[in-house]
Design a protein around this ligand. Structure first.
Ligand code: ZN
Length: 142
């Protein structure tokens, strides 16, 4: 168990996102970057929105960012979350991957202290043999 209880539905690994999940399993955060124009994109998709190229790489990123927005959920969206609510969901703007925002939970912070703009860093929650979720912690050194 981690921030999210066992029994939660987990993301499906698809062709476009396989590289992201393989990196997460190694406890590395990556973002898809076009190798023709350099634009980052997330969630993973086959074509660059900027130049329509099909060429990309998985760029390792620092895992540091800022909370761009957050919600506190009081009504569980799945029965497994019944004993977890209220819980937070954050959208994190990555410092070194312009335009990339990743969703997760801020796992070490009371809900009332989750603020827009607060510095955070990635951490990892191993859920199954295949799925490790990138999650977020406060970054007090930022
Ligand atoms: Zn491009």
């Amino acid at each position: 168990m981690g921030y999210l209880p066992d029994g939660m539905p987990l993301p499906a690994i698809e062709t476009d996102s396989a590289g992201f999940w393989e990196a997460a399993k190694r406890h590395e955060l990556v973002a898809q970057r076009c190798t023709d124009c350099g634009a980052f994109r997330h969630p993973p998709m086959p074509v660059c929105y900027n130049c329509q190229s099909l060429n990309f790489e998985w760029a390792k990123v620092s895992g540091k960012g800022k909370v761009w927005n957050r919600i506190i959920a009081h009504h569980p969206v799945h029965p497994a979350l019944r004993d977890r609510e209220p819980y937070n969901v954050v959208l994190v703007d990555l410092d070194d991957a312009p335009g990339v925002r990743m969703v997760g939970n801020l796992i070490d912070c009371p809900n009332e202290e989750v603020k827009v703009g607060m510095p955070v860093k990635v951490c990892f929650e191993d859920k199954t043999e295949d799925i490790t979720l990138p999650q977020w912690q406060r970054d007090d050194k930022a």
